[in-house]
Design a protein around this ligand. Structure first.
Ligand SMILES: NC(=O)c1ccc[n+]([C@@H]2O[C@H](COP(=O)([O-])OP(=O)(O)OC[C@H]3O[C@@H](n4cnc5c(N)ncnc54)[C@H](OP(=O)(O)O)[C@@H]3O)[C@@H](O)[C@H]2O)c1
Length: 298
């Protein structure tokens, strides 16, 4: 049985502990129940604090929200040692402490960098689930061969894979493989085609000028669609992902956009427009990671 993840969650990459104090109450009021963080975002503490306060203020119980965090298990090419089984197993403790909870709803391996240690690290994730410290476990940025590696080791498969997917990077083969294997897809960086995506200083990505130039054509398509449905371009991109059956986690620190990004029920993208969006796919290589798409790793 696949896990039950709220359809729209709040992404928190590049949101500071301080900013979360405003974003979390606004997001809860707007109806968000899924919050996505990671140990490397360095905002688990702020998220935990803001959630503790806002849940009590808004009379919402812990069991009604869904918290995802991720462990970065190392990358030798950045000079980091891969985490051992035990280090991976223990890594959840810091997340639990900072988030002020006794379990996570979903705990993910952040990237498949550790070629020789990946299976051991996955075995530790299975133990974390067995101990009840995470209700569900999964991975991010895994491609088919990474999942097949787990299969070959005879271990249970991840319950979710968080991957970059948007109209420019649709990963159709991977998406259908994940569906066949009952692995939920959490799509990140859904808003890449927008011209203001991570455009503030310091919000690095590998979205190249070429991609931005190429994107102008498809951006105008989203503008036309937004006008047709009486919504924003961001809502077109997010609704497309939802209609494809993906869970989404748009990030915003702007209260109006936070509301807008979960307000997706008033319209349905029709079949011809869905086909037009399918035709905009240009590569399975994403742009969100400044150092290159980790799903391309061996
Ligand atoms: N597992 C992984 O490796 C991985 C990698 C990347 C991301 N993620 C997760 O996925 C989340 C979402 O991805 P993301 O942060 O890369 O990108 P995103 O959510 O697709 O886009 C965020 C960008 O779009 C802007 N934006 C948000 N809503 C908007 C709207 N309605 N209209 C116009 N602009 C809007 C934001 O600016 P403002 O804040 O100013 O609104 C920001 O610049 C992350 O926060 C993180 O939780 C995971």
């Amino acid at each position: 049985m696949s896990i039950s993840i709220p359809k729209v969650g709040l992404g928190t990459y590049l949101i500071s502990n301080q900013e979360l104090k405003q974003c979390i109450p606004a997001a809860l009021k707007a109806g968000y129940r899924h919050f996505d963080t990671a140990q490397v975002y360095e905002n688990e503490k702020g998220l935990g604090l803001s959630l503790a306060e806002s849940l009590s203020d808004q009379n919402i119980s812990r069991k009604d929200i869904f918290i995802t965090s991720k462990v970065f298990t190392g990358n030798e090419s950045w000079g980091q040692s891969p985490m051992s089984y035990l280090e991976t197993l223990n890594s959840i403790e810091t997340s639990l402490e900072k988030l002020q909870v006794d379990y996570l709803d979903l705990f993910l391996i952040h990237a498949p960098f550790c070629q020789n240690d990946r299976v051991d690290q996955w075995a530790a994730m299975l133990e974390i689930k067995k101990l009840g410290k995470a209700k569900s476990i999964g991975v991010c940025n895994y491609n088919i061969s990474h999942i097949e590696e787990i299969k070959s080791a005879g271990l249970p498969l991840p319950e979710a894979n968080q991957i970059e997917i948007h109209p420019w990077c649709q990963k159709t083969e991977l998406a259908s493989y994940l569906k066949q294997n009952n692995i939920s897809i959490i799509a990140y960086s859904s808003l890449v085609p927008l011209s203001n995506w991570r455009a503030k200083e310091g919000e690095d990505s590998s979205k190249s000028t070429q991609m931005i130039a190429d994107g102008k054509k498809s951006s105008s398509i989203f503008k036309v669609m937004a006008k047709k449905y009486g919504v924003t371009e961001a809502q077109i991109l997010l609704k497309w992902a939802v209609q494809k059956g993906f869970h989404i986690i748009p990030k915003s620190t702007n209260p109006t956009r936070i509301e807008q990004n979960i307000d997706l029920d008033s319209f349905e993208i029709d079949l011809p427009d869905l086909e037009t969006i399918s035709s905009l796919n240009r590569s399975d290589v994403g742009v969100a990671w400044p150092s290159g798409d980790p799903s391309m790793m061996n």
